[in-house]
Design a protein around this ligand. Structure first.
Ligand code: GLC
Length: 443
């Protein structure tokens, strides 16, 4: 078994076609409503946190609603936190009692989730935390993040970390064998000396690939949102993962390896500033910004996975649904400029972004032009036809006295009078489809 960029590109072909997914952070922490790190941030003991285990009863949980919302927004895959750092499992694990089937809801919520996502025709992924703040053999005192990291009662505690790793591997084997074909396995995360073989990562990934040979894996067996890992180097580890996972930042020029070749990557980001439900966090990014971030990611050969944090009852809140509705409106008209698109070998235009799919370039016009639009990098001779994606209306090559001085620059106009300024049809992103002359076109 080996890992090469060629193998990675083969494995991620559907992923790079899909471009857009939904992340779902949901668990006991959704009851507290202060984010998924609340145990660590407030140094809550297992006892402090136990009332939430005993109360967990998401009576409005219906993963079909989640899957429909994702599909409607134009998302092609959905990833759910099967287990986050608190160690609570949304699945019926045989290796712990700390699971949803032992709470008042009494159900295997992952089973229902994967079935619902597949029923909507979407790809399905599970997030799995390498970290487990509930397990007795996970490092506590002096750990970077553990809720008991400063508690001297744990200073001389003797743990059996190998036993923890066996437990962790067993749980991973459960989720890759009990829930059908998984499309994405999203590990999180490595830090300090806790990376790579510290997790027995080679053994782990060999087991995963034995059961799920086509599943794609993120890069966090090696790193976190802070790094890229061996996937960008000349020695790609078996557990490098298949995509880099930049977090809350769009890499300014995408992500390339040491040779300058694009590497699959996926921006993971939140709508507000919390992954899990937090009603006090009202700083939602405008949908216009988020839609433009998706376009930016695709223009740089990347994906975007946008997170929602359902509440303790299992409901995605109104602010998040409103954003998803706006994605739906824009994607319904323009998704051909996203799916299967990637980097166009052109200079980035001042007014927005180019994406490209085969012989078609899409001009994503975010900024209102004065008069015709300069299509820098494109030659009139190469253009067969242009039209707006949203309604198919013609966009012409502009011949105007205002552009005569700029030789060699191709201009597009979308109104009758060449030198007039016409409002862009869409204030979020007006997309012009530019069909290039192919080799089979008559001259
Ligand atoms: C960060 C957060 C973690 C979240 C992950 C998603 O690592 O700390 O809670 O699950 O991002 O990418």
């Amino acid at each position: 078994m080996e890992n090469t960029l060629e193998i990675i590109n083969q494995r991620t072909e559907w992923f790079r076609e899909a471009r857009f997914g939904m992340f779902i952070h949901w668990g006991l922490y959704s009851i507290l409503g202060k984010g998924e790190w609340i145990r660590s941030h407030q140094k809550l003991s297992i006892e402090d946190y136990q009332p939430y285990f005993e109360a967990f009863n998401p009576t409005k949980y219906n993963p079909r609603d989640w899957a429909k919302a994702a599909k409607c927004a134009g998302m092609k895959y959905v990833v759910l936190t099967a287990k986050h750092h608190d160690g609570f499992c949304l699945f019926d694990s045989a290796f712990t009692e700390y699971k949803s089937t032992n709470t008042p809801i009494g159900r295997d919520l992952v089973k229902e989730f994967v079935e619902a996502v597949r029923e909507e025709g979407l790809k399905v992924g599970l997030y799995f935390s390498l970290i487990d703040w509930y397990h007795k053999d996970f490092p506590k005192f002096g750990d970077l993040n553990h809720p008991m990291r400063d508690n001297s009662a744990f200073k001389d505690e003797v743990i059996d970390f190998d036993n923890y790793l066996t437990f962790m591997h067993n749980q991973v084997e459960e989720i890759v064998t009990k829930y059908g074909k998984l499309d994405i396995l999203w590990f999180d995360y490595s830090y300090e000396e806790m990376f790579g073989e510290k997790w027995r990562a080679t053994e782990l990934i060999k087991m995963v690939r034995k059961h799920q040979p086509d599943v794609i894996v993120d890069n966090r067996l090696e790193t976190s949102g802070e790094g890229f890992g061996s996937i960008v180097t000349d020695h790609i580890n078996l557990y490098s993962g298949d995509f880099v996972s930049p977090e809350q930042i769009v890499p300014h020029e995408g992500i390339r390896n040491y040779k300058g070749e694009f590497i699959p990557w996926e921006l993971c980001l939140t709508m507000n500033n919390n992954w899990a439900y937090n009603p006090t966090d009202t700083l939602y990014k405008p949908s216009k910004v988020l839609i433009r971030k998706l376009v930016e990611c695709v223009s740089k050969n990347g994906n975007m996975i946008l997170n929602v944090g359902p509440d303790a009852l299992g409901v995605i809140n109104e602010e998040s649904m409103s954003i998803l509705d706006d994605f739906s409106s824009w994607m319904n008209k323009n998704s051909e400029s996203i799916y299967g698109n990637g980097y166009a070998e052109l200079p980035k235009p001042e007014w927005g972004y180019y994406t490209q799919k085969g012989n078609v370039i899409y001009a994503h016009v975010l900024e209102q032009p004065i008069g015709p639009l300069a299509l820098i990098g494109l030659s009139e001779d190469n253009i067969k036809r242009m039209s707006f994606v949203h309604d198919g209306s013609e966009v012409k090559i502009s011949k105007s006295w205002t552009t005569n001085a700029y030789e060699g620059i191709c201009f597009a106009q979308y109104g009758e009078v060449p030198h007039f300024t016409y409002p862009l049809p869409c204030s979020v992103d007006s997309v012009i489809k530019i069909e290039l002359r192919g080799t089979d076109d008559e001259n």
